[in-house]
Design a protein around this ligand. Structure first.
Ligand code: NAD
Length: 490
């Protein structure tokens, strides 16, 4: 694939190992689809244990030199990469739309966030500084220094295929580690394009590597004795399994999982603003964001007005191919996921929730892809499956809660803790909410509570397994070991 071109049909994607493109040791491939067109756009290799070992060995070799390269010199490669990403962001955004289905505007937003993480990591020479206490005892100084550890690997989900690996990679590299990225087998193309830029940036051979594959490749990385740590982002069952496996193999691990994010609407919320924000949160990226609001808790007498306006605003969303003008929402990722979302709509109806907007009633005629139109359920009881489980599609449930106390109790019972938003004009309610709610990313009149790269991405409960999160100072700690040196000169 050449950055700038349309994705070549059925191109076999190579791995990037030790500064070279490799295909020779791979004999098994999976098709990659454009989900709007239902067409194969590439083939992704299912890399073997031997291929993983080859990547780890070159990364290990590169570590010896890279970890001894001053941080100020290491980040020069990130400055080059940042500029290349700026120069090519539009082309990569177009690839993103073709492999994932999100609209071009959404893909552009993803590229912005990808670049932002690279920018933040260029500041690591300041962020990585240790600390010193002179004279902890007479003539004795004590210092803490942070050092890189070795080879780290990242296992990515399908939904932000360009950005998510770069929540971690820039910090790992800038702190002096070497790195391996395994993209999702469903959306490997944008990362492929980013690695073409990595090649141009001239990183020393083996410092950063790309190994494609699915579950077996991921497991080979976790089990490899020369991998120091794993960053994982994906669904909760897999995050939990990876956390356990990584611990079994003695690895440092951070595993971000799935979500069910509530949008709590207080009686004093500004109605039009709130409706627009909910619609954008619930249906952006066709509901396939780990920060997507998927369950409204509406408090007070304005419930009917809220649902009427939600139906009105949601019905106006144009569903189609993300590269076409005026499209607001693309397809879901696969035929399988389309069937799963449609199943959930049936489950909601069977459970007795009221479908006030049924996505099954409309079809996209121009394209053969995996479209589901926006759906809204009202009169959803908190214990229903559609209110508790992650659907990861354009389905919104609305529950009427008596007051903030009842809303907080519903949220507390939900197993996830990724993101939550409150809509209100009251500082008192907002303060009480932000302090009491057990959830990692909290939005106050913000529908998608996405932490910028200099703050940690803070999931809780079943949305995160580990101690140190991605991004921010947590990332520095995750990718370094602390050493304490106590010295006396006599
Ligand atoms: P997934 O769990 O199916 O796959 C994620 C990655 O794990 C892929 O690279 C896949 O190849 C690999 N994998 C799958 N099964 C595995 C196994 N048993 N052992 C080892 N590796 C395995 O997730 P997905 O469907 O690609 O992504 C969607 C999910 O990711 C949603 O649940 C979403 O909420 C979540 N997500 C969470 C965040 C967050 O920050 N918390 C961000 C984005 C997406």
């Amino acid at each position: 694939m050449v950055v700038g071109a349309r994705i070549a049909t059925k191109e076999k994607l190579p791995n990037y190992i030790g500064g070279e493109w490799h295909t020779e040791s791979v004999d098994s491939y999976l098709p990659v689809y454009n989900p709007a067109l239902d067409e194969v756009i590439a083939e992704v290799p299912l890399s073997s244990k031997a291929e993983v070992d080859r990547a780890v060995q070159v990364a290990k070799k590169a570590y010896a030199t890279w970890s001894n390269t001053p941080a100020v010199d290491r980040v020069q490669y990130l400055f080059k990469l940042k500029q290349l990403l700026e120069d090519h962001k539009e082309e990569i955004a177009r690839i993103l739309t073709q492999e994932h289905g999100k609209t071009l505007e959404e893909a552009r937003g993803e590229m912005r966030r990808t670049i932002e993480n690279v920018e933040v990591a260029t500041g690591i020479p300041s962020l990585m500084q240790g600390r010193l206490l002179q004279d902890v005892s007479r003539g004795i100084d004590q210092e803490e220094i942070r050092q890189p550890m070795g080879v780290f690997a990242m296992l990515a989900p399908f939904n932000f295929p360009a950005m998510v690996p770069w929540w971690f990679a820039p910090h790992a590299l800038a702190t002096g580690n070497t790195y391996i990225i395994k993209p999702s087998e469903q959306t490997p193309c944008s990362q492929q394009a980013i690695f073409e830029l990595i090649e141009k940036a001239g990183f020393p051979k083996g410092v950063i590597n790309l190994v494609h594959g699915a579950r077996e490749t991921a497991e080979a990385l976790i089990e490899h004795p020369d991998i120091e740590g794993i960053s994982f982002v994906g669904s909760t069952p897999v995050a939990r399994a990876i956390y356990k496996k990584a611990a079994e193999y003695g690895k440092r691990v951070q595993a971000q999982g799935g979500a069910k994010n509530f949008l709590v609407v207080m009686p004093d919320a500004s109605m039009k603003f709130t409706v627009d924000s909910i619609v954008s949160s619930a249906y952006g990226c066709a509901g396939q964001r780990c920060l997507a609001g998927s369950a409204v808790l509406s408090i007070g007498e304005k419930h009917r007005a809220l649902t009427d306006q939600l139906i009105d605003a949601t019905s106006r969303l144009k569903v189609g191919y993300g590269l076409s003008e005026g499209v607001d929402m693309g397809p879901v990722i696969s035929r399988k996921q389309q069937a799963r979302v449609l199943d959930y709509i049936q489950i909601g109806s069977d459970e007795g929730a009221k479908p006030i907007l049924d996505g099954r009633a409309k079809k996209v005629k121009e394209y053969k892809g995996y479209f589901v139109h926006p759906t809204i359920f009202d009169e959803v009881e908190p214990e229903m499956r559609i209110a508790r489980e992650e659907i990861f599609g354009p389905v919104l449930s609305v529950t009427h809660a008596r007051d903030l106390e009842e809303a907080l109790a519903i949220v507390e019972k939900n197993p996830y803790g990724n993101a939550i938003s409150l809509y209100t004009q009251s500082g008192k309610w907002a303060r009480e909410f932000k302090l009491r709610v057990r959830c990692g990313n909290v939005g106050i009149n913000v529908g998608v509570a996405a932490a910028m790269a200099f703050f940690p991405f803070a999931g809780m409960k079943d949305s995160f397994f580990g101690d140190l999160h991605g991004q921010g100072m947590d990332a520095i700690r995750f990718f370094t070991d602390a050493k304490v040196v106590i010295s006396r000169w006599v």
